[in-house]
Design a binder for this molecule. Structure first.
Ligand code: GLV
Length: 304
């Protein structure tokens, strides 16, 4: 087994994996002494081409929910399964973050912080707002249901038809305009694919309700950064909350840092905890070395 770490340190992963299976032989990139022995790779944002060095690799496992970093590697071994993490803790943490971002906007908590600084007593009545979630996979569906249960009006959009009680669903390109035209708070939880790259652009922002708010917790590459600033500065958008960026960490001179209507967090919305997912990684390891299909396998053609 090989670990190319990123989010958590390799030591933490090794300790957690060995607690469950002390017999696992683990090498940590870049110090790989036996490339032939590598049969299973756990990766996060690794340098493209690295995985082509392991002739006996049987499976590539993302250390997170997303697999775009693997699918974007043109030299990755093509005929082996790619798996991702599916985990209740990841799902819950994403919902916590999005609920915070939505409520902060809908209930105008930033304005109360400003009022407090000036000793002002300025109550506002919350305005009814339509929440729209793009992407209704496991993360999107949990966010949708929890926001609905808080009494908010929630709609969703995805490529394929889905149903959740009391959540209006829009499907595919044909219904995208209807979805956007009725949205005040747009949440992006789409997988990053060729079709969704740059989907958060000026043309899309202009189809939202005037003064809409954008929350991106998926991938930085969904967003055209300059278009976001243009749409906010024109008033078409009232602001944005971003957890993900084209390049992370965000460059020191990036205009998002300074923008008064853009809130940023350092890709912490939902982070893999080795303790929570080590068992599923090891299960997949044993499955593939025994010639069985792994769980949580990604459909490479769909990209998620
Ligand atoms: C985080 O961004 C993940 O894909 O798990």
């Amino acid at each position: 087994m090989l670990i190319i770490p990123g989010k958590a340190t390799a030591d933490h992963w090794i300790k957690t994996l060995h607690k469950i299976d002390p017999t696992l032989k683990i090498q940590v990139w870049p110090v790989v002494t036996n490339a032939e022995a590598v049969d299973f790779a756990m990766v996060w944002n690794y340098p493209p081409g690295e995985l082509a060095k392991f002739p006996n690799l049987k499976c590539i496992s993302s250390l997170g929910a997303g697999v775009d970093h693997i699918l974007n590697d043109p030299h990755r071994p093509k005929n082996i399964p790619i798996v991702r993490i599916v985990d209740q803790k990841l799902i819950c943490e994403m919902s916590q973050y999005v609920i915070w971002a939505v409520l902060n906007h809908v209930r105008q908590f930033d304005s109360y912080a400003l009022s407090q600084a000036r000793h002002l007593w300025t109550p506002h009545l919350p305005q009814p707002m339509q929440i729209g979630i793009m992407g209704l996979g496991q993360l999107g569906a949990d966010v949708a249901v929890k926001l609905r249960d808080l009494g908010l009006n929630v709609a969703s959009w995805s490529q394929t038809a889905k149903t959740l009680p009391d959540i209006r669903h829009y499907t595919g390109a044909a219904q995208l305009d209807d979805f956007l035209n009725n949205t005040d708070v747009l949440i992006c939880l789409l997988p990053l694919t060729q079709q969704t790259h740059g989907i958060l652009n000026l043309a899309l922002f202009n189809r939202l309700r005037h003064g809409a708010y954008v929350i991106n917790v998926a991938r930085g590459a969904h967003l055209v950064d300059n278009d976001l600033i243009t749409a906010i500065d024109s008033g078409q958008l009232s602001g944005a909350c971003l957890d993900v960026f084209h390049a992370e960490p965000l460059a020191q001179n990036h205009p998002f840092w300074q923008h008064p209507k853009i809130k940023i967090t350092p890709h912490i919305a939902s982070v893999t905890h080795p303790e929570a997912v080590a068992a599923q990684v090891i299960e997949n390891y044993h499955r593939v070395v025994n010639g069985q299909p792994p769980i949580n396998q990604v459909d490479v053609n769909k990209g998620y």
